[in-house]
Design a protein around this ligand. Sequence first.
Ligand SMILES: C[S@@+](CC[C@H](N)C(=O)[O-])C[C@H]1O[C@@H](n2cnc3c(N)ncnc32)[C@H](O)[C@@H]1O
Length: 243
Amino acid sequence: VPRDYRTLFERSARTYDETVFREGTYDHWVWLREQAYLLELLDRRLRDRPVRYLDFACGPGRIIGFLEGRVASSTGIDVSAPALELARAKLTRSTLVCGDLTRDPTLLEGPFDLITVFRFFLGAQEELRREALAALRPLLAPGGLLVIGLHGNNLSLRGLTTLARRLAGRRVPALGYYAMARLLRQHGMRIVEFRGITPLTQKVWALAPEGARRGIERLVRRSRALQHLCVNLVVVAERSDAS
Ligand SMILES: C[S@@+](CC[C@H](N)C(=O)[O-])C[C@H]1O[C@@H](n2cnc3c(N)ncnc32)[C@H](O)[C@@H]1O
């Protein structure tokens, strides 16, 4: 992870796009479940309105590509031109903006009823996390949702390996539900619900037969406590001043 997360995709956007979410991988398995949750959220919480949608740090367009056909209008923004090139090829009706909203708030005109931010907060340095939340908060419509994909909750099995690697002097990013909740609170937002996808790390998941993976998934869905221990979380927030 680069020290300034803004430079992440100067070179590696294509590799990310082509390899990370390939069918059969752990990340693909998780992504399928995140997709189901996104659809459920749209249906359960935003059914009453034509949804104006923003995908912040959209990268090569994974999330916006999945959602653009299901909302009234969609916009993706990212600092990486190569990533947006890849996104453009997947999209048919979205607006794409290349730039840094944290430096130039005039790049986008809100409000948005749905803002997704996936795989951004974990890797982003603390300052960028804050700058992003400060930039996004004014764009969120009253009653709108900020949906955050956190792919490395530190209150999970992964947290143990992160801790071990940190003790060994490596720079490994860490972020969990409670730190995210605090950041949101400090920026005038609060968590309204969340979904833990799986407590299995990639390595353990790879060793487990599909039946066991699904058995654990069913167990986790029934327990909020177990969801807190999942490696991948999707956190849903709204403005604190929403009724
Ligand atoms: C790991 S990728 C995630 C892409 C996509 N959201 C996904 O989940 O597949 C992180 C993205 O954050 C983008 N990024 C970093 N800093 C940014 C900023 N200040 N504004 C917008 N995007 C930024 C990077 O260019 C990169 O595309």
